[in-house]
Design a protein around this ligand. Structure first.
Ligand code: DX5
Ligand code: ZN
Length: 219
């Protein structure tokens, strides 16, 4: 399967978001990774529903919403209405995970579950039947620009083996760049989230190719 690149717009130039979306499309990214932080589940506040609504109207990239919020159950419907196609929530949040999964399905969105660095792979086992995406955090959630935690790589591999015969995509988030991407891919990642690395490039197309380990073709 081709590696998908999910661009985290947490690191985009917020004053020129429309230009940034065009830049991502031209560079060949696949997904638009939208990090929602509530200042409670993580010690940072990002952006929310009005921004998602505006962004999804202006892009053809697949809207991948990563909820780093304490009570995802209360907001599933709102994020679906704002244009989310995949809604990923944290197993460590306060909501009942079975109810959140059902609420996301009821909105006809894809279901993603994310785990923080300290949460073991086996915590995902009761949910595998219902998941479209597993999002493994390779940094503590809350901020872009942190370093990839190499000690999480074996967990990516464990999860890859766990989901071998299922149609679940394995997404990895945090500290992904041209140096760490091969390690995550080797361990079995299908989707790479990249924020600070992508947005600091002048030639984003080459950077996307370097993450996928492809040679740039055309522009
Ligand atoms: C961190 C977010 C990430 C972040 C990734 O809590 O979930 O999506 O934007 O940023 P980089 O690629 O800079 O680590
Ligand atoms: Zn994220």
């Amino acid at each position: 399967m081709n590696t998908k690149i999910a661009a985290s717009i947490l690191s985009a130039d917020m004053l020129h978001l429309h230009d940034e979306l065009n830049r991502l499309e031209k560079a060949g990214t696949d997904w638009l990774h939208f990090d929602v932080m509530d200042g409670v589940f993580v010690p940072n506040i990002s952006f929310g529903l009005p921004v998602l609504k505006a962004v999804t109207k202006q892009t053809t990239l697949f809207p991948d919403v990563h909820l780093m919020i304490e009570n995802p159950l209360a907001y599933v419907q709102d994020f679906a209405s704002a244009g989310a196609k995949l809604i990923t929530f944290h197993l460590e949040s306060k909501s009942n995970p079975f109810q959140v999964v059902q609420a996301i399905k009821n909105q006809h969105c894809q279901v993603g579950m994310s785990i923080k660095p300290d949460t073991p792979a086996k915590a995902l086992l009761p949910f595998l039947e219902d998941l479209d995406v597993i999002l493994v955090m390779t940094v503590e959630p809350g901020f872009g620009g942190q370093s990839y935690m190499h000690e999480i790589t074996p967990k990516i591999n464990t999860i890859r083996k766990m989901i071998q015969n299922r149609k679940i995509l394995l997404e990895v988030d945090g500290g992904i760049d041209a140096v760490t991407a091969p390690e995550a891919l080797q361990a079995g990642a299908d989707v790479l989230v990249s924020g600070s690395y992508l947005f600091r490039q002048t030639d984003m197309h080459s950077a996307v190719c370097s993450l996928r380990k492809e040679f740039p073709v055309g522009k």
